[in-house]
Design a protein around this ligand. Structure first.
Ligand SMILES: *[C@@H]1O[C@H](CO)[C@@H](O)[C@H](O)[C@H]1NC(C)=O
Ligand SMILES: *[C@@H]1O[C@H](CO)[C@@H](O)[C@H](O)[C@H]1NC(C)=O
Ligand SMILES: *[C@@H]1O[C@H](CO)[C@@H](O)[C@H](O)[C@H]1NC(C)=O
Ligand SMILES: *[C@@H]1O[C@H](CO)[C@@H](O)[C@H](O)[C@H]1NC(C)=O
Ligand SMILES: *[C@@H]1O[C@H](CO)[C@@H](O)[C@H](O)[C@H]1NC(C)=O
Ligand SMILES: *[C@@H]1O[C@H](CO)[C@@H](O)[C@H](O)[C@H]1NC(C)=O
Ligand SMILES: *[C@@H]1O[C@H](CO)[C@@H](O)[C@H](O)[C@H]1NC(C)=O
Ligand SMILES: *[C@@H]1O[C@H](CO)[C@@H](O)[C@H](O)[C@H]1NC(C)=O
Ligand SMILES: *[C@@H]1O[C@H](CO)[C@@H](O)[C@H](O)[C@H]1NC(C)=O
Ligand SMILES: *[C@@H]1O[C@H](CO)[C@@H](O)[C@H](O)[C@H]1NC(C)=O
Ligand SMILES: *[C@@H]1O[C@H](CO)[C@@H](O)[C@H](O)[C@H]1NC(C)=O
Ligand SMILES: *[C@@H]1O[C@H](CO)[C@@H](O)[C@H](O)[C@H]1NC(C)=O
Length: 770
């Protein structure tokens, strides 16, 4: 183990020094008792799969920029291989640039607006700005790299120049990282009288690189004899099946049938990941092909490309990129020899911390995994399927937000308003909308306006989609899947499961008492009693409410009491802690109260978690979701990084999540227990580190601090006793047609979210086992 200091310059005025403890890890080869080597990896060599960072950490920084390369080595496994797409300038100098069209990856179009050209590229007429028209001086100093993918942040764009290939190793002290050179276009350059072959042969004498790939048979087979006696590995890159390989005029599909031929000039192949695990156009994973074992039989290594944490992946993975990687490297049948990725931290974790582990759902230690409406990332919230999935995925505690029907039945529903999580607006009850400002500003169709029979039989559940503004939809096949449950159903279901307990969330108790004459707290206590929870089960019961007067009513029971702080806060007055301790053992706080962010960049870490814990309260954070758009950029679109930062960085006791499977995978990882010896990629992210890398003019605006939690926010008047009979009035029939309200989430709970990565793995393994 050694300490390595990475220094990189972002702009002349700005120097950032990161100290990162980089550990040298073995290659995952276990040594058994006899001292012989037994590899758990089903790669060709038996070594751990390689992580290849395409243009560095290009998921965050402009592809092939010095920041992208430096950050990749800082954040990922020390074995990470840096990928460079080689392009040639007019004077024959190689640059790392991801695209033949400079306008895709630099600001050239604004610097030289009148110099657009049109050339044939593999027979296709293509307009743009091309490297062959510019000399190396212009490329290295006259233009800046930009983020070519519009959905990614452009705040890191300014003043990073393209790097000459030979400058990449110079970003690092010895030992410099392994390099992978990709020659995407040899024929194009030769039409412009530039020889990739001469360039590659000449730099091979001046610098070390480890892999050379190309999608052109002619280039690779021509140069192969020159590298036969070297350690440089030649890799044939397959493009989409229907494309024509320009030097043989065959499709890549037909070349794939002739791996024996490929083996005559290459030691490996690189394929788009869907060659291995095909995905339907509506994003469902199909059975894997035999290409990995076919390649290995031929003696070819096989690398899978196109991985990114912010791209669409099959629903089977529940939005978890780690789960996707595991299906390629740890599925019990095969492992690819490497993955090419825009977010190298995630495969580093998958290889180093998440492969070949046993997931034990019986471990109910910290962090405690609390489901949010069941596994509501995978199934409609609070349905039998969502709860079953939460149990299968290893939640420690499953949750029921309790609501009451017009006939006094307690049900589990994510909201008191049925419009968000059921098909009520398309049902005969769409006329039962009313405006009740005590509950929410918009009109709603409330649980207490329908009978349980009506809800159960006439309505269908509806998937929640918290990220629709980004057009991200949860598994459409399960849009209306599952059945609703009463609280009694839920309590009966939970008994005997591998859980540590159940959580019951009670909101709007004051409204129910005052306007419906229904004492929900007593009804919940009675339901727990009659389900035998006071003496017949080892399951713990937690009552959650954002209104302290509800929790006060449960003081007489043995249940643990969790207070939900339903606003963003910056700190907690110590007198508030004393007040909370009078009625709660734990608190649930929003993610933003721990790591406030501006434009999705975290600005700092507050002390709230430790302050509350010092005051004797356990702290849970809500709501964690797998979808990358639900996370700050600081977490790299990787839900494992986010969980890790809350658990190790902030020290929370538990997480409330739409995707309990991902939290369970995190809990089972083989690295965090190593403590300070854990590899860099599983250390919590440096909070506020990313925002510092943004040049001043592009910095997101500073935030006004959130308020302090004061005792007046915490202490509430006592719940009055129920004045009316415990069953609310039946709904009035024949009310006038309702306005057409928009679904709105309840006032208290944030809309639910997410799925887990683990379900992918489980699904894949189940599939493979059958
Ligand atoms: C650059 O190329 C990528 C990948 O082909 C594409 O998604 C993106 O839209 C392009 N960007 C520009 C600015 O042309
Ligand atoms: C590179 O091109 C620029 C702009 O055309 C020109 O001014 C400069 O002299 C050239 N440099 C060399 C070394 O040819
Ligand atoms: C390449 O070189 C040949 C021979 O010198 C010349 O005729 C041709 O115009 C050149 N092509 C380009 C694109 O410069
Ligand atoms: C491929 O096809 C093109 C156009 O059809 C032709 O000019 C070229 O000679 C062919 N190359 C080979 C290797 O067959
Ligand atoms: C494989 O490719 C080589 C070279 O193009 C060719 O000679 C051979 O017939 C091909 N084999 C098959 C099975 O297509
Ligand atoms: C992916 O999910 C779909 C829908 O649930 C299922 O039909 C399919 O079998 C799954 N794919 C794999 C490889 O498990
Ligand atoms: C996982 O469990 C299996 C079977 O119980 C055991 O053989 C294996 O060693 C375990 N692996 C780890 C990493 O604990
Ligand atoms: C819903 O129930 C509330 C409380 O009982 C009542 O005031 C309201 O009129 C009902 N709305 C409809 C549309 O039945
Ligand atoms: C909490 O409950 C009390 C007692 O019913 C009520 O007076 C108060 O308005 C409630 N607080 C909030 C924020 O809803
Ligand atoms: C619940 O059961 C306990 C113990 O049997 C009893 O003391 C309590 O009164 C019961 N509460 C209700 C609301 O039934
Ligand atoms: C649980 O309590 C109920 C009454 O509250 C009692 O009838 C029953 O025997 C108790 N069961 C056990 C296992 O103690
Ligand atoms: C609470 O727990 C204690 C000890 O476990 C037990 O003696 C007591 O009867 C329980 N009280 C209730 C109301 O269940």
């Amino acid at each position: 183990m050694w300490e390595n200091t990475f220094v990189f310059k972002h702009s002349s005025s700005f120097l950032v020094v990161f100290l990162v403890q980089v550990l040298v890890h073995g290659h995952g080869v276990l040594v058994n008792a006899q001292g012989s080597r037994a590899s758990p990896w089903q790669t060709l060599s038996g070594d751990a799969p390689a992580v290849i960072a395409r243009g560095g950490f290009s998921g965050l920084f402009p592809d092939s920029s010095s920041n992208a390369y430096s950050f990749a080595m800082m954040a990922s496994s020390p074995d990470t291989i840096l990928w460079c797409d080689v392009q040639l300038s007019k004077d024959g100098v190689g640059f790392c640039l991801p695209d033949l069209k400079l306008n895709n990856c630099t600001d050239i179009a604004s610097i030289h607006p009148d110099e657009q050209k049109e050339y044939l590229v593999n027979g296709v007429s293509t307009r743009g700005w091309f490297p062959v028209d510019y000399n190396s001086t212009t490329l290295s100093r006259g233009i800046s790299l930009t983020q070519g993918i519009y959905s990614r942040t452009d705040r890191f764009d300014s003043s990073t120049f393209p790097l000459a290939v030979e400058d990449v190793p110079k970003l690092f002290g010895p030992p410099s990282p392994a390099l992978w050179l990709n020659i995407q276009h040899d024929i194009f350059y030769s039409h412009h009288n530039l020889s990739m072959r001469s360039y590659v042969l000449s730099i091979s004498k001046r610098m070390i690189f480890n892999y050379l790939s190309s999608p052109e048979v002619g280039f690779l087979s021509g140069i192969a004899p020159r590298f036969q006696k070297t350690k440089i590995k030649l890799v044939f890159r397959f493009l989409e099946e229907d494309l024509i390989e320009p030097s043989t005029n065959q499709t890549y599909r037909s070349l794939l049938k002739n791996l024996t031929f490929i083996k005559t000039f290459a030691s490996g192949i690189l394929v788009p990941k869907h060659y291995i695990w095909p995905v339907t156009s509506d994003l469902y994973l199909q059975p894997h092909t035999s290409i990995v074992t076919d390649a290995h039989k031929e003696g070819l290594e096989i690398f899978a490309g196109d991985f990114a944490n912010d791209a669409d992946i099959a629903y089977n993975y529940s939005f978890s990129p780690v789960a996707e990687y595991l299906s390629f490297i740890d599925n019990g049948v095969f492992s690819v020899d490497g993955v090419v990725t825009d977010h190298p931290i995630t495969p580093s974790e998958a290889v180093g911390c998440f492969s070949h582990i046993n997931k034990s759902s019986a471990d109910h230690g910290k962090p405690i995994i609390v489901s949010h409406y069941g596994a509501s990332g995978d199934y409609p919230p609070c349905t039998d399927l969502a709860y079953q999935k939460a149990v299968d995925d290893g939640a420690d505690i499953i949750d029921c937000p309790v609501q009451v029907t017009s006939d006094g039945v307690l049900v589990c529903m994510s909201s008191i308003d049925l419009m968000g999580d059921t098909t009520v607006t398309k049902s005969p009850f769409s006329s039962r909308a009313s405006l009740i400002p005590d509950i929410q500003k918009a009109p709603g169709i409330y649980t207490f306006n329908l009978t349980w029979e009506e809800i159960q039989n006439k309505l269908k559940p509806l998937m929640t989609n918290p990220e629709t503004k980004y057009r991200l939809q949860r598994n459409p096949r399960y849009t209306n899947a599952g059945s609703f449950m009463t609280l009694s159903d839920f309590l009966a279901f939970a008994k005997g499961k591998v859980l540590s307990g159940v959580l019951i969330n009670i909101e709007n108790a004051d409204f129910m008492v005052e306007k419906l004459g229904f004492d929900v707290t007593n009804a919940v206590i009675a339901a727990l009693n009659s389900s035998g929870y006071h003496n017949q089960t080892s399951l713990g019961v937690t009552i959650l409410s954002s209104n302290s007067s509800v929790l006060v009513k449960f003081k007489q029971t043995n249940y643990s009491l969790m207070y939900m702080i339903d606003e963003y806060i910056s700190d907690v007055a110590s007198s508030s802690i004393a007040d909370i301790k009078k009625f709660a053992d734990s608190v649930a706080i929003d993610k933003e109260s721990v790591y406030p962010s501006s434009h999705d960049f975290i600005t700092k870490q507050t002390n709230i978690v430790s302050t509350l814990q010092k005051g004797g309260l356990s702290v849970y954070v809500y709501v964690l979701r797998n979808e990358f758009v639900s996370q700050a950029f600081d977490f790299f679109g990787d839900p494992i990084v986010e969980i890790n930062s809350f658990v190790l960085g902030a020290g929370v006791d538990g997480v409330i999540t739409d995707f309990p499977g991902t939290a369970r995978a995190y809990k089972s990882n083989s690295c965090t227990r190593l403590g300070v010896d854990a590899p860099a990629y599983i250390l919590p992210v440096q909070i506020g580190g990313l925002i510092q890398l943004i040049p001043t003019p592009d910095q997101p605006p500073a935030l006004a601090p959130f308020p302090l939690l004061e005792p007046s926010d915490v202490v509430e008047p006592a719940l009055p006793p129920a004045s009316k009979p415990a069953v609310p009035a039946a709904p009035a029939g024949g009310s006038p047609p309702p306005p057409a309200p928009q679904p709105s989430s309840g006032p208290r709970c944030a809309a639910p979210a997410v799925l887990s990565a683990v379900s992918l793995l489980v699904a894949a393994l189940l599939h493979l086992a059958s």
